[in-house]
Design a binder for this molecule. Structure first.
Ligand code: ZN
Length: 138
C-alpha cells in the first residue's frame, strides 16, 4: 500500500469564503500515483470546513446567509467563547459544515457523484490556514 500526504495553504481576503479545491485535490491524486484508494481531505483548523456540494454561486450565497442566520458574527459579545477573541460564530459554522470529506479514487481519478465538488469553507479568514490531503491505496 502506498501513502501520500500534503498540506494545502489558504489565506482568504475576507472573513468568510468558499473555495473550490477540487483541482488541488485532483493534483494531489495525480502526484501520489495512486490509482485505487481513498483520499481524506480535512481542515486543520477549528474555524474552517471541508465539504462537498455544488459549485454554484447562488448556493454559496445561500449557505452563507443560512450560517449567518444560525450563528451571526455580530454581536460578538453574545457568545461566551468570545473572551479575548471574536470567532465563536466561526467555530459554530465549522461544526455545521463539517471537518472533512473522504472520496474514493478509481482508475486514478476522484470518483465524485454528479455535480459534486470539494470546497474549503473559511469562517475566520485573513490568516494562513491549512487543509490536509491524505491518500492511501495502490
Ligand atoms: Zn475561537
Amino acid at each position: 500500500m502506498k501513502s501520500y500526504r500534503k498540506e494545502l495553504w489558504f489565506q482568504t481576503k475576507t472573513r468568510r469564503a468558499y473555495i473550490n479545491i477540487t483541482p488541488d485535490v485532483e493534483g494531489c491524486v495525480r502526484e501520489s500515483g495512486i490509482k485505487e484508494g481513498i483520499v481524506l481531505v480535512n481542515a486543520m483548523h477549528i474555524t474552517a470546513s471541508v465539504f462537498i456540494n455544488d459549485d454554484e454561486s447562488g448556493l454559496h450565497g445561500d449557505f452563507d446567509q443560512w450560517l449567518e442566520t444560525l450563528a451571526p458574527h455580530e454581536p460578538v459579545s453574545k457568545y461566551r467563547h468570545n473572551v479575548g477573541e471574536d470567532n465563536a460564530d466561526a467555530h459554530l459554522k465549522r461544526q455545521i459544515m463539517g471537518r472533512e470529506v473522504v472520496v474514493a479514487i478509481t482508475e486514478g481519478k476522484l470518483d465524485l457523484g454528479t455535480w459534486e465538488q470539494i470546497f474549503y469553507g473559511e469562517f475566520d479568514g485573513r490568516r494562513r490556514k491549512r487543509v490536509l490531503v491524505k491518500i492511501i491505496g495502490e
